[in-house]
Design a protein around this ligand. Structure first.
Ligand code: MLT
Length: 255
């Protein structure tokens, strides 16, 4: 079984992903925020390709139970209820029972592209839920439901980002170890090897990796330093969000 990391969505080779299990990572901040929203009690998150698509979706759904969330250039979008800080999605009274129509610059597009490329449900991963996602992917792979596993990094404006590479490398380590324990030794492709090496070299420096990354520096300049701290905590949640081509919901209904 091949285990790979695609370090930016622009490198997605669509024809090669059919039949593979796939997780999308956007540590700063889309997949951290989606995981937090669902773990806090939101019903579902709809990843949108544009602000207009999100607004149309929320209007069609009925604004009573719908929220608009996300960002442009890291900031709250005019007319939206919530931005893209995971901290905004922590309060049960804000998100419980809500369907969130969500647009972000890189993350939501990467999720949609991954689904188009794989043609099967996509796992949503971040540092805050990486072990839970890894373990579910090992289970799915061992049940013989995949030709391989790929982790897609959302990156930044089509280019790689350190924080996503770091998270992908930690997930590769966990999946590799998990598969080996059940008697399958996966074949590490170079993307996975690069991510694994970067993660191993920085294993104890989670917050530093985020804080010194390009996007981390940008978010700090906007006043979002607390988001980095929140997103850098490993395994705060057992939640495993999954995108079925329409919406993201919790696979394990657990937080
Ligand atoms: C994105 O999808 O580009 C990010 O989540 C941006 C952000 O930090 O808000």
């Amino acid at each position: 079984m091949k285990l790979d990391v695609v370090i930016a969505p622009t490198l997605l080779a669509e024809d090669k992903l059919r039949g593979r299990l796939c997780a999308v990572v956007d540590v700063l901040r889309a997949t951290s925020t989606i995981t937090t929203a669902l773990a806090s009690g939101a019903d579902a998150v709809y990843p949108c390709l544009s602000v207009e698509e999100a607004k149309r979706g929320a209007d069609k759904h009925g604004r009573g139970s719908a929220l608009l969330g996300g960002e442009e250039r890291g900031q709250l979008i005019p007319g939206f209820d919530l931005g893209n800080s995971p901290l905004e999605y922590l309060a049960a009274e804000v998100v419980v029972g809500k369907d969130i129509f969500f647009y972000t610059t890189n993350g939501t597009g990467a999720i949609r592209r991954a689904y188009a490329a794989c043609g099967c449900p996509i796992y949503i991963a971040a540092l805050i839920n990486m072990s839970a996602v890894s373990s579910v992917m090992v289970g799915a792979a061992s049940a013989g439901r995949a030709e391989g596993i790929v982790i897609l990094c959302s990156g930044r404006y089509g280019k790689p980002s350190a924080e996503d590479l770091f998270c992908a490398g930690l997930i590769v380590y966990q999946i590799f170890t998990g598969l080996r324990e059940i008697g399958t030794v996966p074949l590490l492709l170079d993307g996975a090897g690069i991510a694994l090496g970067f993660a191993a070299a920085n294993r104890e420096r989670s917050l530093d990796v985020l804080a010194s990354s390009e996007h981390g520096r940008y978010l700090q300049s906007l006043g979002f330093a607390q988001d980095l701290e929140f997103a850098s905590r490993l395994d705060s949640y057992e939640a495993v969000p999954i995108f079925d081509g329409d919406r993201v919901f919790l696979l394990n209904g657990d937080s």
